[in-house]
Design a protein around this ligand. Sequence first.
Ligand code: NAP
Length: 256
Amino acid sequence: MSVAIHQIWPPRSAGPLDAAAIEQLYTYPDGDWLAVNLVCSADGAVELHGTAAELSNPADQHVLRLGSDLADVLLVGATTAMVEAFRGQHPDDQTVRRRRRHNLSSVAPTAVVTTGVSLPANAPVITDALVPTIVVTPTSTPPALRSAWADAGATVLVCGDHTVDLRRARVLLADRGLRRIDCEGGPHLVGALLAAGLVDELRLTISPTLVVGTAGRITSGPLIPPAALTLHSVVAAQDTLMLRYLTATPPITAGG
Ligand SMILES: NC(=O)c1ccc[n+]([C@@H]2O[C@H](COP(=O)([O-])OP(=O)(O)OC[C@H]3O[C@@H](n4cnc5c(N)ncnc54)[C@H](OP(=O)(O)O)[C@@H]3O)[C@@H](O)[C@H]2O)c1
């Protein structure tokens, strides 16, 4: 592990977490679980110059990678898939070994939520993927576009009328054995997932930087009744804080 990560909460007296301990901490519980993984600046910006790249750092990348390595499926909104240049998972040997240890398929597919506006059929997340990307879209999406996604290699799941019915989408993913979901954004999708009561966990990296500006927050959409969070763990790498919050208090069994 190239970055020294210390556990702050729950308190732990030993030195930095070794690779096995941090992997164990970020292992998903068995069964259905949806974790949202986001990074923001200390003043709350979710992007800088249009993407999250300049907010991230090796420590954030380390836990982000654990999120995808240990999940059944990645979930993103169409805008994030495009601006963050998603191209499906291309696992290196470490990821393949890690996924084998956890009895996961060698490559986690990516699922993209879209009405069709922001996801062309030649999107790299479809054309560059090693395993078929799952496009989740409502019935209002033009059939020609659905066919074009499929012709480009995607698996197309249809649910909802004019927007994706996210509850139904989760069921359709679970039907395919994709139960541990690593959602990597963006704010509109996360807001919709929260409104639908589908988020089990928030994994939030606070980047040690202030940027001012007018960037959005980690969530976007209509107000929801305030959702209380339970602090599950805090780890730090130098000045970067990586928090895990649960939206309820279900038992976390596998990862501790
Ligand atoms: N800091 C971070 O960790 C992080 C993570 C991810 C993204 N970001 C940043 O966030 C920004 C993008 O924000 P965003 O909120 O627009 O991204 P987003 O949530 O990834 O994408 C929004 C799009 O997702 C689709 N979508 C979401 N919910 C849907 C639903 N229920 N039904 C159908 N389609 C749905 C729609 O696509 P269609 O338009 O195709 O219908 C919608 O326009 C970028 O600057 C990106 O860099 C930051």
